[in-house]
Design a protein. Structure first.
Length: 236
């Protein structure tokens, strides 16, 4: 996830310096020795040791767990947090008898928690990672609810018509797209800006599911395209 180059008097010195700099524990990094270094002869021709250190997912799992636990402690919630990772995706499972406080109405608290956790983790990594937080199997239950919502909307969909669903989180919109693409002549896309972005279900002959970005990019992308168009017009 992040690779660092260190120099020091010897390898042991390098490892200790790295662990202090990053608050890392044994088993949370991989060490590659490039040069063991040398004390030289009578102090002459000495050479520093050089090593490459790669921080592994175990480090980020612990840091993310500590971050989430720190938030729960502020709200005096009894909790148990598990963090696992697969590649660049980190999955957080939260367990508590007060799970409702974590989820919030319509999952808003859970969505906010995932958002700030994602910002935190991406700030300490060199590559973009994804954080998914679940509490009390809320996501699975929400998926079942969305299944019913989409099926009901499609049943009410007239030929040539469209239905706008309520604003949803990104993970919910993705589920809606996946559900809808199983139906013939149904086309889905997202409109609006966060946090009010919503899915449109539209009848279209031969239609199929579309991801958010395939039809509507973010504001920065749209502005970039608009600027390019203006420049071309000015040159003409």
């Amino acid at each position: 996830m992040k690779t660092l180059n260190y120099t020091g008097k010897n390898i042991e010195d390098i490892v200790e310096k790295f662990k202090k700099d990053y608050d890392a524990l044994d088993g949370e990094y991989e060490l590659t020795v490039i040069d063991k270094g040398s004390t030289g002869l009578f102090g002459l021709f000495s050479r520093d040791a050089v090593a490459e250190i790669t921080i592994t997912n175990k480090y980020y799992e612990r840091k993310l767990k500590e971050f989430i636990e720190g938030i729960f402690e502020q709200f005096n919630i009894d909790y148990f947090v598990e963090v696992n990772s697969r590649g660049k995706t980190f999955i957080v499972s939260c367990h508590s008898e007060q799970i409702g406080k974590i989820i919030g109405k319509h999952g808003k608290e859970l969505g906010a928690l995932q958002h700030i956790a994602s910002i935190f983790l991406n700030r300490i990594t060199d590559t973009k990672v994804t954080v998914i937080i679940d509490a009390g199997n809320y996501r699975e239950k929400r998926k079942e609810q969305l299944q019913k919502i989409v099926e009901h909307a499609i049943e009410r969909l007239d030929k040539g018509g469209k239905i706008k669903l309520d604003p949803m989180f990104a993970f919910e919109r993705k589920i809606v797209h996946e559900i809808a693409k199983k139906h013939k002549d149904v086309y889905t896309y997202s409109e609006g800006l966060e946090p009010y972005r919503y899915v449109v279900i539209e009848y279209r002959k031969g239609g199929h599911h579309h991801e958010d970005r395939e039809r509507f990019g973010d504001a920065a992308t749209r502005n970039s395209k608009w600027d390019s168009t203006k420049k071309s017009t000015n040159r003409a």
